[in-house]
Design a protein around this ligand. Structure first.
Ligand code: PLP
Length: 382
């Protein structure tokens, strides 16, 4: 039986979400820009989805702009601020997702300066720079709410408030936070926020940028003026409907699923801590209830990932995107973790579908594989 423990990479589509989407892939295929019945019905379905996402994020529906996912929303947040306001500098935490880091780096070519905000050894954004805020005027600062690898949660309302008061803009990547903690836009004081459907049992390829009522972004994609001209292109109706349904389920059920994950996380970490040579990163920080990131001393994380895969267990050795690169996690390196140690990192991310029995089975197989991999490396040394 396969055991899926990589829910920060993506999640299983909820059956209720699939049921809501199916009509819009088949009978209800109208283009929402058309004014005949089939088109109007598709438009109505998008309006309902916008209300469902707005409810989850505690905003007005007009503050939601649908995108193709978290990556696009992050690209847009960085680029729209650059185009429409007097942004002269970008500040971003060293542990941001690649969709923030690479977008800001791409702007460096247009002589826009950027600066990395360092993190502490436990993965919190270092607050030292926030004691004197002179730097923040005319800047865009981007800090993620919860890190996809360590699960560490940042104090977003604190940072956003500081930046606002200093005359800067604040963007938050909340892709990993929604559904796992109370990531409420209205009280967060952010100017913009990115979210994604496939992390909350919704479909892939759909997300949203949420914007402050006073922000008027310029479009990232130009064309037929869909999404009130902010994001052109015929809408992904089924995807948006699925996102809305997933948001409503999350709104109604996240307290239960969070509690379920928290109990599993405790069970997992209690067992992990009994295994010699395992260190759980940021163990004592406020973390997502579903995420445990740990290193296996003397074992390569990638080799362990492959060994577990042969037993049908899916885990990550870093973020979904960085698993395409050979470098150790930039998040761990930013926390000052030794490169060798960082290479042994394994991430477990849970969901409402995981069980006690799966955790126990995982621990049993992990220990077996550790013994095998250690004996292989001993043999290689001889
Ligand atoms: N931001 C974070 C923190 C993520 O973990 C991810 C996906 O792994 C993204 C952004 C990108 O979201 P999407 O897959 O919807 O493009």
């Amino acid at each position: 039986m396969a055991i899926y423990l990589d829910n920060n990479a993506t999640t299983l589509l909820d059956e209720r979400v699939l049921a809501a989407m199916l009509p819009y892939l088949q009978q209800q295929y109208g283009n929402p820009s058309e004014i005949y019945t089939l088109g109007r019905e598709a438009r109505q379905a998008i309006d309902i989805a916008r209300e469902q996402v707005a409810q989850l994020m505690n905003v007005q529906p007009a503050q939601i702009i649908f995108t193709s996912g978290g990556t696009e929303a992050n690209n847009w947040a960085v680029k729209h601020a650059f185009e429409n306001s007097l942004i002269q500098n970008f500040y971003y935490s060293a542990i941001e997702h690649a969709s923030i880091i690479e977008t800001i780096k791409s702007l460096a070519k247009s002589n826009i300066a950027s600066k990395v905000l360092p993190v502490t050894p436990t993965g919190l954004v270092d607050t030292a720079i926030f004691s004197d805020m002179a730097w923040a005027k005319n800047t865009l600062t981007s800090i993620m709410w919860a890190n996809n690898e360590t699960g560490v949660i940042q104090d977003i309302p604190y940072f956003a408030d500081k930046i606002r008061q200093a005359g800067g803009y604040f963007h938050c990547d909340a892709v990993q936070a929604i559904g796992k903690i109370n990531a409420d836009f209205s009280t967060s004081l952010c100017h913009s926020m990115s979210i994604s459907a496939h992390k909350i049992h919704g479909p892939k390829g759909v997300g949203a940028l949420i914007i402050d009522k006073l922000i008027d972004p310029s479009p990232l994609i130009h064309g037929g003026k869909q999404e009130r001209g902010y994001r052109s292109g015929t809408e992904n109706v089924a995807g948006i409907v699925g996102f809305g349904q997933a948001a409503e389920i999350t709104f109604n059920e996240s307290i239960d699923s969070t509690q379920h994950c928290l109990l599993l996380q405790k069970r997992l970490e209690n067992k992990l801590e009994k295994i010699p040579g395992i260190k759980i990163f940021s163990k004592h920080e406020k973390r997502l209830p579903n995420t445990s990131f740990f290193a296996l001393e003397g074992i390569d994380g990638e080799s362990m990932l492959m060994a577990l895969d042969t037993e049908g267990i899916a885990v990550a050795s870093g973020s979904a995107c960085s698993s395409m690169s050979e470098k150790p996690s930039h998040v761990l390196l930013a926390m000052g973790v030794d490169e060798e140690y960082a290479r042994g990192a394994i991430r477990i991310s849970l969901s409402k579908h995981n069980t006690d029995a799966e955790i126990d089975k995982f621990i049993e197989i992990l220990q077996k594989k550790m013994a095998v991999l250690r004996s292989i490396s001993l043999t290689a040394e001889v």
